[in-house]
Design a protein around this ligand. Structure first.
Ligand SMILES: [Cu+2]
Length: 287
């Protein structure tokens, strides 16, 4: 019973996946992006994505076992009960024990899958003690990012057109202003939209949240390692849907503080810059 409990609370899944050589957060240090001929998930950069990948791998094993079992049954029936081998078929039409089994066993399998699935879903859903907040807004067809804890610093993030790519920059993935966040920090991500439905999706964080007009959706991430992470809008949102990628740069806390100062300075120095701070807006007239 204890074994079953350990299994259901998640440790069993992790153990199984590790035995089968799945990647863990600790092993994934480099940038995460889609690669040519990639199989499987991108390396996890957050605990959420590590758990998602582990759960996915465990489900794959369960599915493979069920499929192999059904295939075995079919092959057995075809070989054993074809009309040459079995010219006079039995007239049996019911077997209560077998019928109970093929109802109860699949239900049990589904319950065993549902328990860790719901646990993970609620773990992903809400962050308990966020250290900072990022607001993401989806537009046709770019993202804008806002830092309410950094005096409302905000800017737009646009794709770099193919003709303007510098060496080393990724076609359809790199942007002019990436989202810069501190690594090893619990970040609440609030997501909304201004026109149609978009979806902010960064595979290696396990974050995928719809950006809907008039609604503030929430997710969270704690990026374990510094690095550059790529994502894309994954809700068909119009003709330039494929051209609103996401770049997240996770840096050290000190580098982040420095970056915030520089961005704020940039916003103050140059009004035409795409960077804004809330404090720079004209004050409302006194009543
Ligand atoms: Cu979109």
């Amino acid at each position: 019973m204890l074994r079953l409990k350990t299994w259901l609370t998640g440790n069993g899944w992790a153990l199984l996946a590790r035995t089968l050589g799945a990647t863990s957060v600790a092993a994934a240090a480099e940038a995460a992006e889609p690669r040519p001929w990639q199989f499987g998930m991108q390396p996890p950069a957050t605990v959420v994505e590590e758990r998602l990948s582990t759960f996915h791998d465990a489900l794959l094993i369960i599915i493979a076992l069920i499929t192999a079992f059904i295939l075995g049954l079919l092959v057995y029936v075809i070989l054993r009960f074809n009309h040459r081998k079995n010219p006079a078929p039995s007239r049996t039409s019911h077997n209560t024990v077998v019928e109970m089994l093929w109802t109860v066993v699949p239900v049990l399998i589904l319950v065993i899958i549902a328990i860790p699935s719901f646990k993970l879903m609620y773990y992903m859903d809400r962050v308990q003690n966020p250290e900072m907040t990022i607001k993401v807004t989806g537009h046709q067809w770019y993202w804008s990012y806002e830092y309410p804890d950094q005096d409302g610093l905000s800017f737009d993030s646009n794709i770099i057109p193919e003709a303007e790519l510098k060496p080393g920059q990724k076609r359809l993935l790199d942007v002019d202003n990436p989202l810069v966040v501190p690594a090893d920090t619990i970040i609440r991500v609030q997501i909304t939209g201004t026109d149609v439905i978009h979806s902010w999706f960064v595979p290696s964080f396990g974050v995928q949240e719809y950006a809907i007009v008039g609604r503030l959706n929430e997710s969270w991430m704690k990026i374990e390692h510094e690095g550059t992470y790529y994502g894309q809008c994954n809700q068909i949102c119009g003709v330039n849907h494929a051209f609103m990628p996401i770049v997240v740069e996770a840096v050290s806390k000190e580098a982040f503080a420095k970056w915030v100062d520089e961005k704020k300075k940039q916003a103050r120095d140059d009004n035409a810059a795409p960077v804004r701070v809330a404090g720079a807006a004209p004050a409302a007239p006194a009543q």
